[in-house]
Design a protein around this ligand. Structure first.
Ligand SMILES: [Zn+2]
Length: 151
C-alpha cells in the first residue's frame, strides 16, 4: 500500500466523533477532560493545523465515541465554539458548533468553599451572566469561565 492510501486510512473514521476548531492552547485540556490518555479505541490528536478561521487549531478524532449532552456541555465550558462532527459509516451524520448552554447543571464546581454545593451531596447550578462569567445559583459567587474547575 502506498503512503497516501495509508494516511487516508488513518484519517478516515468509520464511526465516531471529530472535535474541530479547538484553540491550540486548549487541546491537551480536552484530551485530559475526555480521558483520552487511557481510551482504548483509535484516537487521532493533531495540533497547530492551519485554519483559515483561526490561524492555527487543534483537532481530535475519536473512534466509536459519541458524546452525550453532559459531555458536550463540559466541552463547551472548556472551549466555547468548537465544532463537533459525528461520523457514521464513513459519512457525516451530524455537524454542529457547540455553544455554551445558558445553564450548567452539575458541570462546574463552585469556587466558594463554603457554598452549600461544596458541602452537601447535590448538583451545582450555574447561569451564564455574560460571555465570560458564571454565577452560582446558590451562593451568588461569580467566576470567570477561563478559571473554572469541572465537577
Ligand atoms: Zn456556590
Amino acid at each position: 500500500m502506498d503512503q497516501n492510501k495509508e494516511q487516508l486510512m488513518v484519517a478516515a473514521l468509520e464511526n465516531g466523533s471529530v472535535i474541530d476548531h479547538i484553540p491550540t492552547d486548549k487541546l491537551f485540556t480536552i484530551v485530559q477532560l475526555l480521558g483520552l490518555d487511557t481510551f482504548k479505541n483509535e484516537v487521532i490528536i493533531a495540533n497547530n493545523l492551519n485554519s483559515k478561521v483561526m490561524g492555527k487549531k487543534g483537532l481530535i478524532k475519536i473512534s466509536n465515541k459519541f458524546f452525550n449532552e453532559a459531555e458536550i456541555s463540559q466541552l463547551a465550558v472548556v472551549c466555547p465554539h468548537i465544532r463537533l462532527t459525528v461520523i457514521k459509516n464513513y459519512k457525516v451524520a451530524e455537524k454542529r458548533e457547540i455553544n455554551l448552554p445558558e445553564r450548567l447543571i452539575d458541570i462546574v464546581k463552585c469556587a466558594n468553599p463554603v457554598c452549600i454545593t461544596n458541602n452537601e451531596p447535590m448538583k451545582t447550578f450555574f447561569t451564564i451572566t455574560d460571555v465570560l462569567t458564571l454565577k452560582c445559583r446558590y451562593c451568588g459567587k461569580e467566576q470567570a469561565l477561563d478559571n473554572i474547575k469541572l465537577k
